[in-house]
Ligand binder design. Structure first.
Ligand SMILES: [Zn+2]
Length: 334
């Protein structure tokens, strides 16, 4: 974004629409400049079809715009995918049908509104920097733990998207040589060990090899280890199941190791942990901090990052996307 900010620009004081596109739903909101969500709407995402996904986005925008009294700046869209640097083109999306697809142009001509389009974790990172746990940090990293791991970088007050738009995809750092197969085509990626999916996979492995130790978990799935998911483990851990707590601690430990590696590269002030798994809070973050303390390069002789829970929850993506389109309009880059 250009440096020609004009705080007196009329758009700076107006609400914007923010849209968050996940694998299963399109969630939207009208978002005020202070980050307050004034109204929300959602639709299911028919992920297999480009047209149907666009129809769902258009329906959410339509419902929100018709329900809002007064002008709106534009529409910010954060989606689970890799975008080029301009945000014009989706390069790849693991759960949706986009492949080298000109999403922004398509949506702009259909909705007739200024658009910001980009990665959902980038939008969430921006929201946490503007309104949440990373407020004011000079270098903040976001790690979203869900089905996989998403990431975002905010440095010197700007979202950093890299030379080609795909920076911060640290879910695909290789942490285990020849480890578990990943949807990106490689093996041993970080998200195969520290995510909701990883939690489920480890639970299934343990339940198959040591059914006696996993008896409490297996009770939840009628004794069928193949049906265990990360959510079962999360619920069991909240009920105090020692094995489930141990599995969460293992995910936390992998998380802490990955953060130590990120600290070696970027030396962030704060690392914000968001996404679905982050609702488990200290059960994951405690072990992550412990591992980070033991794994930080140069430990004892240098400060490390703070590791904190996200504050904006499931709405971070749409709140961030709304603010990013507002800023783009104010900066005159759209
Ligand atoms: Zn991968």
């Amino acid at each position: 974004m250009a440096g020609s900010r004009d705080p007196a620009h009329p758009a700076a004081g107006l609400p914007a629409l923010g849209i968050d596109i996940g694998g299963t739903k399109v969630a939207g909101g009208v978002v005020a400049p202070d980050g307050t969500v004034l109204a929300t709407a959602r639709r299911a995402t028919p992920g297999s079809s480009v047209t149907e996904t666009e129809d769902a986005i258009a329906a959410v925008v339509d419902v929100l715009a018709r329900g809002h009294d007064g002008p709106l700046v534009g529409v910010g869209v954060g989606a689970a995918g890799w975008f080029d640097r301009t945000g014009d083109t989706v390069l790849f999306s693991p759960h949706l049908a986009w492949r080298h697809f000109a999403l922004r142009k398509d949506l702009e001509s259909r909705l007739q509104r200024p658009m910001w389009v980009g990665n959902d974790a980038d939008a969430a990172a921006w929201a946490e920097y503007r309104y949440g746990a990373a407020r004011g940090a000079d270098l903040a990293l976001m790690v979203t733990l869900g089905t996989g791991i998403g990431g975002g970088i905010v440095m010197d007050g700007r979202l950093q998207r890299g030379s080609h738009g795909v920076a911060g995809e640290w879910g695909h750092m290789r942490v285990v040589p020849d480890g578990r197969l990943c949807a990106c085509g490689n093996r041993g990626c970080w998200e195969q060990y520290a995510s909701g999916t990883a939690l489920g996979q480890t639970a299934r492995e343990v339940a198959r090899s040591s059914p006696a130790a996993a008896a409490l978990l297996l009770e939840r799935v009628d004794g069928d280890p193949d049906r265990l998911t990360g959510e079962h483990v999360a619920t069991a851990a909240s009920d105090g199941d020692p094995l489930a707590l141990e599995l969460l601690a293992e995910v936390g430990s992998w998380l802490g190791q990955g953060i130590a590696d990120l600290a070696a590269v970027l030396d962030p002030e704060v690392v914000v942990i968001g996404g679905g798994v982050s609702v488990l809070g200290e059960m994951v973050l405690g072990p992550a901090r412990e591992r980070l303390e033991r794994a930080l390069p140069g430990r004892g002789f240098r400060p490390g990052p703070r590791v904190v829970a996200a504050r904006l929850g499931a709405q971070a993506g749409l709140v961030g996307a709304a603010d990013l389109v507002r800023r783009a309009v104010v900066d005159g880059v759209l």
